[in-house]
Design a protein around this ligand. Structure first.
Ligand code: AP5
Ligand code: MG
Length: 245
């Protein structure tokens, strides 16, 4: 057991994680699900709910990249500039990262892919990676939302860096201002949630990521959700889709 790694995690977060693993066993579905949608569509918000309920691993490529940036490595320094401009990291780097993550024991019960794939080459490579172990993407959930809605959401977002949990100062405030509900650690605003960067992220989404919607539609595994409603209403639909055989 890597006690060094655990020493960096608060007791409250560890206990919460143990409880989640114990409780979610009842509904382990062993599916691989892609969450699609613009920046701010609510992928992270609903990943957290799916994670608590269905025993899958949560692979947020954005969170993994931000962790690398925080490590201060040379590679992290390169990533930081690209992410702060709202551009995408190279496909090859991202595909290697996701391949390593999918092989981890935590993903044996299924996986939520949040922020990956983000280009058609990534989607094709993901299919190849999963095929090697007899797996596939079972569902792609497209969280549909208009641009003007996400600009407001991202401008007010607060994030707990270690877990990726997100809040919104108006729509989903933490119990105590500026503090994560679970760990009591401080919340921060993401560097790429500044207005100019948000605009670029939305342009990049339209040109490079949105074609993936049709990629999964053609495979007959696309499920569309109106993601402009309150979180609990969206969650009801997402839950029903995930439970669909
Ligand atoms: P990433 O971290 O994936 O960012 P993103 O896709 O831009 O999406 P966000 O995390 O901003 O939004 P979300 O949909 O998760 O929304 P959330 O639930 O937080 O990627 C960041 C960067 O990393 C990229 O720009 C790129 O540089 C790089 N990268 C990552 N993956 C890559 C890849 N595969 N290839 C290449 N590069 C990659 O919600 C947002 C806010 O709204 C929150 O405050 C939340 O509380 C609130 N909210 C959510 N739902 C609702 C609702 N229904 N009503 C009201 N408020 C709501
Ligand atoms: Mg996110």
């Amino acid at each position: 057991m890597d006690t060094q790694a655990y020493s960096k995690i608060s007791n409250a977060a560890l206990i919460q994680e143990l409880y989640r693993r114990y409780r979610c066993q009842e509904e382990a579905l062993r599916k691989r699900i892609v969450l699609l949608g613009m920046p701010g569509a609510g992928k992270g918000t609903h990943s957290a709910k799916m994670l608590a309920r269905f025993c899958m691993c949560h692979l947020s490529t954005g969170d993994l990249l931000r962790e690398e940036v925080r490590s201060g490595s040379e590679f992290g320094k390169k990533l930081k500039g690209i992410m702060e401009r709202g551009e995408l990291i190279e496909d090859e780097v991202m595909c290697n990262l996701i391949k390593q993550q999918l092989a981890k024991p935590a993903c044996a019960n299924g996986a939520i892919l949040d922020g990956f794939p983000r280009t058609i080459p990534q989607a094709e490579k993901l299919d190849q990676i999963l095929k090697q172990s007899g797996q596939q993407i079972d569902q792609a959930i497209f969280m549909n939302v208009r641009e003007q809605v996400v600009v407001d959401r991202l401008g007010g977002r607060w994030t707990h860096l270690n877990s990726g949990r997100t809040y919104h100062y108006k729509f989903n405030p933490p119990k105590v201002h500026g503090v994560d509900d679970i760990t009591g650690e401080p919340l921060v605003q993401r560097e790429d949630d500044k207005e100019a960067t948000i605009r670029n992220r939305l342009n990049v989404y339209q040109s490079k990521t949105s074609p993936i919607i049709d990629y999964y539609r053609k495979k007959g595994i696309l499920f569309e959700v109106n993601a402009e409603r309150p979180v609990n209403d969206i969650w009801k639909d997402v839950k029903t889709i995930v439970k669909t055989k």
